[in-house]
Design a protein around this ligand. Sequence first.
Ligand code: ADA
Length: 584
Amino acid sequence: MKSPYRPKVDLSGFWKFKLDPRDEGEKEGWFKGFSSNDVAYVPSSWNEQNPLWDGYEGVAWYSTRFYVPESLEGKLAWLIFKGAGYYTKVWLNGVLLGEHEGSFTQFKLDATSAVRFGEYNLLVVRVDNRVALDRLPPGLSINRTAFDFLQYGGIHRPAYLEFTERSYIEALLVETDHKGLLKAEARIANGSGLKVRFKLLEREGAELLLDEVSCNGVLARLNRRVSGVKPWSPEEPNLYTLRVELLGERGPLDIVEERVGFRSFKVDKGRVYLNEKPVFFKGFGRHEDFPVTGKYVPGAALVRDFYLMKKLGANSFRTSHYPYSDEHLDLADEMGFMVILESTVCLSGFTGLFGDQAKAREWFKDPRIMEKAKAVLKEMIEQHRNRPSVVMYSVANEPPTDWEEAAEFVKQLAEYAKSLDPTRPVTFASHRHSKDRALGFVDMISLNVYFGWYSEWGSIEEGVRRMLEELKRVHEMYPDKPVLLAEFGADAVAGIHWDPPVMWSEEYQAELLRSYIEGVRGLKWVAGVHVWNFADFRTPQSPGRTVLNRKGVFTRDRQPKFAAHVIKYLFSSLPSWARSSERG
Ligand code: ADA
């Protein structure tokens, strides 16, 4: 839901910044303002803005001053952070507005009681990026984590203030199908006796629908079938604008807009269908990671990424391993990419964090952990569920679901996601394959496979043989579930070339990717192939990593490795729409 009509104060820019390694700032009242000569830019992570902060794990403080015009007096003031963390506390003019856990979902704080009109305001933000076992994703410290990406710290995504009347549109829920079904539910604050006008507009502005309904004090609903709309698909990402106006006596009190696409997505009898046609995922696991800005990928870099993915013939990606930014997913809606939206339960190296495995199993039974996992899933779904690009949810990455406790954990998350949004299928990414006890709890099976890299060193052929063997074993166990090759790949240091292909060379990466894709070509129960990864990215220091995870087919600054050219050729030879005549 966007609100182009609401007055806003953008908070991007240079903020005062201060590290607080002994976490004494709150005791010393830094929330009323603190002295420092350091600056950090917002939105961006702090890590690469100053080499002194690169590996910093701890608490840091941000402050900025902003002016609010007197003309806004009497309105409600909302402070919105699109993504900051890991753990954020916010004060305005010395008043604590609230706190939020997790870097990858937005949060909104009521600033009405603290904001000053017609003068400067002091905003102070305490950000804590410490890694811990009771955080998602978990770990022990910045280089001992269950996840293979860097725990940046900072106000990673945009922050701003917006102002509404006392009656305003709190939330908007939209559901469509590819035949023109349009269901909308607007939740109104202080809406009793008010009317709501729904308008559906074509890209050029032509009005396709206009409907005015009474608000029953809280909700205003629309349920129509719109004739003549064009379906949304990766090939033709047709978008429309649903404008919702809350009407007062003297005209609109509030106006919000949502871009909608008319599309249907389902999983049925071993296949995935978009607009009732079987579809084949071709794409990537990605990361939000960019030089200097860290977890903030600037708009221009995102545009390049999407043109590069289009150039390679990709039609989809997974938001490995956390919900991506609104800008990122806006481009997916706009440029036509199917998105598997993944939550922050990333547990790749989880079991290795615990000496005592019994303790590790206990983690999955801890109600506080389940509560946190459900909280981020809820925020993620509420923030992105109106998007046509989001076709499926992934509730976890690489949980140790050969364990009963972990399987039950994933089962509960899958059920919870369905209870929040019954219109979308659910999956999780498994690295336990045929030993996995949770595959039966989801609609599509997603497998992360690294035979020929973490095992069968140097032997791609043997790797592919084991990959097919394992995929077929899983297929026999779940013949009615489609299987996505959700991750496969090899590290390649850009510039290392070797004949014959040997590990770490560009040739080995390209050949492994080619062999995997050729291996699954035509298997009709294989729903697609997602290469790990689109681009190299920062990861915790370890003997197995050279500063970056280098499984990208592009370098971190988005230049192609040999594999990018090979993927372009392969993706162009793979169908986007699956045919029924494929082999069993
Ligand atoms: C895992 C994990 C990824 C990454 C990948 C790798 O499957 O899901 O985050 O760590 O392996 O490069 O090893």
